[in-house]
Design a protein around this ligand. Structure first.
Ligand code: AMP
Length: 219
């Protein structure tokens, strides 16, 4: 089973993906997490990725595709995976199709999350994440705050704000989303695998509600 999480930054891809991982028992593969881990560890890849991520730009396709190729060769994804934040360009989507074809796999469903733009900025600046790499639980200071300020409910580690979760960077991340990533909506619609879900406070629907609906589809 191959699930792709698509959507602008701040729509809740990571939140939905982590619930799906737990409920469906297949790993979440987040290219953003892979880059952040490398940045933290100061690897060559991390140094290069940081120059793009800190400006809100996409890491070049050749680098990103190579990382996913490696990840798809690991044993834990043999029965399926949830791709969170990949593909983000048509070139990446085409490369993914080839990689999956070689493994006799295909994309089963693309969950496309949409949130009104005015809510997105609010959600991103209020986002906090658990600093424990094994946990990485996502909170929102307004919609889903931790019980104890600054501390993860699940593992007790410190909560941090992502370096790229600021108003300036969000603008270029959104621009890049509309320019480079949003063509994937039509791309996957044409393949008949797109499922669009609105995530918005205005209709009282959050990531966890969407995740529940998706889980039902696989029952
Ligand atoms: P995310 O955690 O998915 O919001 O990703 C954080 C940042 O990592 C993005 O703003 C990009 O700069 C970079 N990134 C993550 N995934 C990709 C991708 N598939 N292609 C290019 N850049 C990516």
């Amino acid at each position: 089973m191959v699930i792709i999480m698509l959507g602008a930054p701040g729509t809740g891809k990571g939140t939905v993906a982590s619930i799906l991982t737990e409920k469906l028992g297949i790993p979440q593969v987040s290219t953003g997490d892979i880059f952040r881990k490398n940045i933290k560890e100061g690897t060559e890849l991390g140094k290069i990725a940081d120059t793009y991520i800190s400006k809100g730009n996409l890491v070049p396709d050749d680098i990103t595709i190579e990382i996913v190729k490696d990840r798809l060769n690991q044993k834990d994804v043999e029965n399926g995976l949830i791709l969170d934040g990949f593909p983000r360009t048509v070139e990446q989507a085409e490369a993914l199709e080839k990689m999956l074809e070689e493994k006799n796999k295909k994309v089963d469903i693309v969950v496309n999350l949409t949130t009104p733009e005015e809510e997105i900025i609010e959600r991103i600046v209020n986002r906090r994440v658990c600093s424990n790499q094994e946990c990485k639980t996502i909170y929102n200071l307004v919609l889903n705050p931790p019980k104890k300020e600054g501390i993860c409910d699940k593992c007790g580690s410190k909560l941090i704000q992502r370096k790229d979760d600021n108003v300036e960077t969000v603008k270029s991340r959104l621009d890049n989303y509309f320019k480079l990533t949003s063509p994937l909506i039509e791309y996957y619609e044409n393949k008949g695998v797109l499922k669009t879900e609105v995530v918005s406070e205005s209709i009282n629907k959050l990531g966890k509600d969407v995740a529940e609906e998706i889980v039902e589809l696989f029952k």
